[in-house]
Design a protein around this ligand. Structure first.
Ligand code: ZN
Length: 388
């Protein structure tokens, strides 16, 4: 893989951390953004110089951050070999995605731990740097709200299993979905979810009603897994978890933005209520994504979503790149759409070094053309995609 290292990026429409679009220069050093200056000052000396990337005519956005994805290109993250993982990491920058949290699903405990250990080993040695942690969806979730998760591998909260999961990740398990109504869930949240570098728990695949959800927020849970999916919907006398998340200003929400899992009107209502700073777009993509029908495992794909043979929705077949186009089509302003693809998911997963263009952040950026397609994508200041 020949990587072009960038020293400075010159652009006339840089999406800044304060959610404006400005002309300016972004300097890169050691994989990080070392300085951002607005205005056209200094451009004369930089344009045409070696190491300068000129993206005038494009929108320069923070790279997209997908914190909930199960695979694509025919591969599922659980148990994928290193070649498959590298293939995904080299493919996703073409969609504007610069951060992925591969998401594993419940399996027998030993198998789940070894899938996590395999991912962690790959991530530590990766030359791409797109995968930056691991998301674990279960196994301590409610079988009544399993969605497409395998019921036979769902467990009651267990300290031993949790210890194994955390140890296998070696600090890379960033997020875990839990159903707080299960006996022992709060013990896990207390022990494994507090303090720096700990797991961030997300509420999901749960039977929680409004009061239970409010109790979970009070315990420190500040994120919700694919809002509206695999949870109670809103009723005017029992707002459910969905109503609680809308009502609670502190809890970020994931939205699967494929246009199938959630109606665009509900996406607009959610963002209208919570603001783009609290709503993280996720793909929840499965291995069928971008296979063009080849090598897709069991189940079926209709439009932008995948289904189990039983007809249950089982994730999407899109990336955040397609979701950006959906959001614009649904009437969202570019600044809101880009925030929901970058800064908000980074915040929701506690990824402090990515998600915005400002000093000290990873130099993960994407230059988008007028059709909002990724024209050039950098990860850690290295160009991994250039379609100009
Ligand atoms: Zn999922």
């Amino acid at each position: 893989m020949a990587k072009v290292k960038v020293g400075a990026v010159v652009g006339d429409r840089i999406f800044t951390a304060d959610r404006a679009f400005r002309p300016g220069t972004v300097w890169v050093e050691g994989g990080l953004i070392s300085k951002v200056a607005y205005g056209e000052e200094g451009w004369a000396g930089l344009l045409g110089a070696e190491g300068t990337l000129d993206v005038r005519g494009y929108t320069l956005s923070p790279g997209f951050v997908d914190i909930h994805t199960h695979g694509c290109l025919g591969f599922q993250y659980d148990g994928a070999d290193e070649r498959s993982l590298a293939e995904i990491e080299s493919f996703m920058p073409g969609k504007g995605v610069t951060t992925l949290l591969p998401t594993v699903v419940p399996a027998p405990p030993g198998k789940m731990a070894s899938a996590i250990a395999g991912l962690a080993k790959y991530i530590r040695g990766s030359a791409y740097g797109v995968m930056k942690g691991i998301n674990v969806e279960g196994p301590f979730v409610n079988p009544d709200y399993k969605g497409a998760l395998p019921k036979e591998h769902l467990l009651s909260p267990s300290r031993e299993v949790m210890k194994d999961i955390v140890a296998s990740g070696g600090g890379l398990v960033r997020l875990m979905t839990v159903a707080p109504e299960l006996p022992g869930a709060y013990g896990l949240i207390e022990e494994f979810g507090r303090g720096e570098g700990k797991v961030r728990f997300s509420i999901g695949h749960t039977s929680c009603a409004y009061d239970g959800a409010m109790g979970a927020f009070a315990s420190g849970i500040a994120h919700s897994t694919h809002l509206f999916n695999a949870m109670r919907g809103i009723h005017h006398r029992e707002p459910g978890l969905a109503g609680a998340v809308l009502d609670c200003g502190e809890c970020t929400a994931e939205i699967i933005g494929d246009g199938v899992h959630i109606h665009p009107a509900i996406v607009r209502l959610t963002v209208g209520r919570k603001g783009a700073e609290m709503v993280a777009m996720v793909s929840d993509s499965v291995s069928h994504a971008f296979t063009e029908g080849k090598g897709a495992p069991d189940g079926m794909v209709i439009g932008e979503a995948a289904y189990l043979p039983s007809g249950v929705l089982a994730g999407s077949v899109v990336s955040l790149g397609e979701i950006l186009k959906n959001l614009i089509g649904w009437g969202f302003a570019a600044e809101d759409a880009l925030t929901m693809l970058s800064a908000t998911p980074a915040k929701a997963a506690g990824l402090v070094g990515v998600g915005s263009i400002c000093e000290g952040m990873a130099a993960d950026m994407v230059a988008l053309d007028a059709g909002m397609r990724a024209a050039v994508t950098m990860v850690g200041g290295a160009v991994l995609h250039d379609a100009r």
